[in-house]
Each structure stands twice: as structure tokens, then as C-alpha cells.
Design a protein around this ligand. Structure first.
Ligand code: EPU
Length: 428
């Protein structure tokens, strides 16, 4: 397995361009199954989660053609299977979206549970509640989730928890159901809106995405379309925090500043200067960050997927901060890694008490999950000396060209394979 070696202590300065949103791509690509003719999707991030989805689409019978670096043509007309096997689901968190998409298209789906990051229990009871309300029968067969329906009919479903995945899955299954489906207490993340826009561009009739009530009037047919995925809010946020953490000055291009409001607000609270343009934000910082408290919440609250990165910034802040996780049961496994680098973090249930230290020390650490991995990169950028980050396959799940992008703004980061890593160790 590869590792990253980060030689920290360098200010990041320059421009970074953000890729397409992972969490929109992993919903939109399976949604192509609902179309009857080819779709051209632009701004697709080249990350391993997306590769896994392409493999699954091909195994189902769809054809996937790369047109240029980030543009793909997907023809779902030859799809002849409704099964996403364990092998196909491995390594992708979003396998469950194949349930909604295949149910909507073929009225049946058999899908292995998702792999991906370990950030606590990841139940799908609300997805199942939605499918059943639409008229599907859902069972478990040899560890696979099976959903079947003779006829999907519009329904009203109230989500007991605000769930991105359940909202998306119900939208997928309802887009071609008969009649009107209403999702109440729906998630409002930018990728929900992006999926609705994508489905509408295929001929769907979806209203209210981005609010807590989404109405989907089912249509009989959906056609192919050309669509460009929104920029990745979390990738942007990660580079914004990296800029502040290194007391740098970075323009982050290809963003929708509206999607970054909570991150911008918190960066300003710790003392960073954030300038907002139409499609860029510029983050600069010339002093030690101030302490601040953060609580993660569903959108438009502060995103849980930015929690480890922001906590890393607070690890070197002036004073004590409290970070509270309001979405997942367990998302502080990275804290131990940060303590190996000299951070002072006490985790107590859903909160972490972070007492800022003057600086971090380079150490061998690992990525416990995707965003924990991003946090380790930021910690490595802060720390003087050479930080080795293991298990970076998690980072590859969600950050396109992370080494190239950071190098372009002055970071000293490289990817080494295990063998060259041994060499680096010996050489040192
Ligand atoms: N939940 C339930 N029942 C369900 C579904 C969810 O109790 O049926 C609970 C979860 O246990 C969790 C909360 O509801 O406590 C929110 O879960 P949600 O369904 O919103 O999460 P998800 O759809 O599985 C997506 C992102 C995550 C992100 C969360 C929250 C994708 C592929 N994943 O997960 O992204 O943390 O929404 O915003 O879109 C990441 O990108 O690093 C990542 C983990």
C-alpha cells in the first residue's frame, strides 16, 4: 500500500481548482440507470469511489466511455442485471444508491451492503422505510438487501432522521413511480439539489430539493441528458482549512461560495480572512488561530465531513475548543493519531475537548477514514519535519490529484509505494 510523506512547515500560496463533488457523483452515476438513452456527465471526479461505481455499472450491463479527463458517456440501455455483488459493493459507500436506481428502473434490486469508511453504525432503515412506503417488499437474502415491487406508487414518507442517503434513495425510486411522493424531513445538502437537477434534466418532475420537503411526481420515462456535477464542497473546505492552518494565502477556484457558508463563518471566527468571489474563495491567515466551538449538523449546519480537518486546525489554536459531532456516533478515531503528533485532545462521547498546542510534531500516522486522512494531511502540513501517512487508500476515495494540487501551492508532499517507503526510511 502507498503512503504519503509530508514535509511540513511550509506556507501554502497560490491557486487550487476544486473537482466535481464526490457525494453528488456517487448519486448521479447510479441515477443514470433510470434513463433510457445515454447520458454525458461532466466534472466527474477521478477518485476510487467513482471507479467502483463505473465497475458496478458495467457489470450491470451499462457501457461507460471516457470522453475526456472528467467527462464520461454512460449508456444504460443494455442493463440486464439487477444484482450488485459483494465484490462490486466493496470499497464504495454508496452501493445502496443502486437499490433505489434499480428498483426505479427494473422494479427489483439485490445489492450488497456498502463498504467504505468506518465512521460508526451506518443503518439503512430509513431507506427501507421509503421503499416500503412506495410499495416495495424488502428482505435480506444471504447478507444482500433485496427490494422488489410489481408496481411502485407515490407515497408520503417522513424521515425519522435527516438522512442524505435515504433522501437520495427515495428520490431515485420515486422518480419513475406512479403518482406523487412527498419526502418530509428530507436532507438539504447541495448534492441532493444536484441530483434533483440532474433527474429533472432527464425529464423527472421534482420540486423542493434543498428544503425539508421534496415532492416527486413520478414520470413513465426518463431520457438521456448532458449534465455537469457541482464542485465538491468538502474538498474546497479541506483546502480552505489547509490554507489557514499553514498561515498561507490560497485562492480556491471552481466553488459555489453559498455551499461553503458554514465553513467560511467558522474560519472567520478563528481569525482567517476569507474573500468570496462568484466562483472562488480566497483564504489567508497570518497568525495563530483562535479557539472556537463547532457542532456538526445536517446542511446548512457545519458539515460532519469537515469535522476532522477543522479539529486539526483547532489543535494548534490559541485556547481550548469543543467540537461536538451531531451526525455520526463515532467520528473521533483520528484524534489518537493527532495526539501522536503532540495534539492535546480529550474525547468524551460525542465531544472532543481540544486544547491548542504551539505546534505539531511530525510522526508516523494513518488515515482511519477519508476525512480523517484529510486531517492527517493538514496535520502533516502544519508539523515541522516528515510526517508519514499510511492507509491512504481512504484518501484516494474522495480527493482527486491531492498531491498535485497541494504541490502546486507549495506543499512538500509525495506518494511513495511500500518499497520506496522502505528506501526512504533506510536513507534517513
Ligand atoms: N441514519 C439512520 N438510518 C438511516 C440512514 C441514516 O439512522 O436509514 C443515521 C446515520 O446513522 C447517521 C445519520 O442518520 O447518524 C446521517 O446519515 P446519512 O444517511 O445522512 O449519511 P449517508 O447518506 O450514509 C452521506 C455522505 C457522508 C456524510 C453523510 C452526512 C455519501 C456517499 N456519504 O452519508 O459522507 O458524512 O451523508 O452528511 O453521500 C464522506 O464523504 O466522508 C462521508 C462519510
Amino acid at each position: 500500500m502507498d503512503k504519503f510523506i509530508v514535509n511540513g512547515g511550509k506556507r501554502l500560496c497560490g491557486t487550487i481548482s476544486v473537482s466535481g463533488a464526490k457525494n453528488a457523483a456517487v448519486a448521479i452515476l447510479p441515477a443514470v440507470l433510470l434513463a433510457e438513452s445515454p447520458c454525458i456527465i461532466e466534472n466527474v471526479p477521478n477518485i476510487s469511489d467513482v471507479t467502483a461505481i463505473f465497475r458496478a455499472l458495467e457489470a450491470l450491463g451499462a457501457s461507460v466511455k471516457r470522453i475526456d479527463l472528467n467527462t464520461y458517456e454512460i449508456d444504460p440501455s443494455c442493463v440486464n442485471s439487477f444484482i450488485v455483488s459483494k465484490e462490486m459493493a466493496q470499497g464504495m459507500r454508496a452501493s445502496s444508491y443502486f437499490l433505489g436506481a434499480l428498483l426505479g428502473r427494473m422494479r427489483k434490486a439485490k445489492v450488497a451492503p456498502p463498504g467504505g469508511c468506518d465512521i460508526g453504525l451506518r443503518p439503512i432503515d430509513q431507506h427501507i422505510k421509503g421503499f416500503e412506503a412506495l410499495g416495495a417488499k424488502v428482505t435480506i437474502d444471504s447478507g444482500m438487501v433485496v427490494a422488489k415491487s410489481e408496481r411502485l406508487g407515490g407515497c408520503s414518507v417522513y424521515l425519522d432522521v435527516v438522512s442524505v442517503g435515504a433522501t437520495i434513495n427515495i428520490m431515485l425510486a420515486a422518480a419513475r413511480a406512479r403518482g406523487m411522493t412527498v419526502i418530509e424531513n428530507a436532507a438539504r445538502e447541495p448534492h441532493i439539489v444536484d441530483l434533483a437537477n440532474f433527474l429533472n434534466s432527464m425529464g423527472a418532475d421534482i420540486m423542493g430539493a434543498g428544503t425539508g420537503v421534496i415532492k416527486i411526481r413520478g414520470v413513465e420515462h426518463l431520457h438521456g441528458t448532458n449534465y455537469s456535477i457541482i464542485p465538491d464542497q468538502i474538498e474546497a473546505g479541506t483546502y480552505m482549512v489547509a490554507a489557514a492552518a499553514t498561515r498561507g494565502d490560497v485562492v480556491i477556484n471552481n466553488v459555489i461560495p453559498k455551499h461553503l457558508e458554514s465553513i467560511i463563518a467558522k474560519l472567520r471566527e478563528v481569525g482567517a480572512t476569507v474573500e468570496e468571489g462568484d466562483e472562488y474563495v480566497r483564504v489567508s491567515m497570518d497568525k495563530r488561530p483562535e479557539k472556537c466551538n463547532v457542532k456538526t449538523m445536517p446542511h446548512p449546519g457545519f458539515p460532519t465531513d469537515m469535522q476532522p480537518q477543522f479539529a486539526t486546525l483547532l489543535a494548534v489554536a490559541n485556547g481550548t475548543s469543543i467540537v461536538t459531532e451531531g451526525v455520526w456516533d463515532s467520528r473521533f478515531r483520528y484524534a489518537e493519531q493527532l495526539t501522536f503528533m503532540g495534539a492535546d485532545i480529550q474525547v468524551d462521547g460525542k465531544s472532543a475537548i481540544i486544547t491548542g498546542v504551539d505546534g505539531l510534531k511530525a510522526a508516523p500516522v494513518k488515515a482511519n477514514d477519508l476525512r480523517a486522512g484529510a486531517a492527517m494531511i493538514i496535520a502533516g502540513l502544519i508539523a515541522e519535519g516528515e510526517t508519514e501517512i499510511a492507509d491512504i487508500e481512504y484518501i484516494d476515495r474522495g480527493y482527486e490529484l491531492v498531491v498535485e494540487k497541494l504541490t502546486a501551492v507549495g506543499a512538500d508532499i509525495k506518494r511513495v509505494s511500500d518499497t520506496s517507503f522502505d528506501y526512504v526510511l533506510k536513507a534517513n
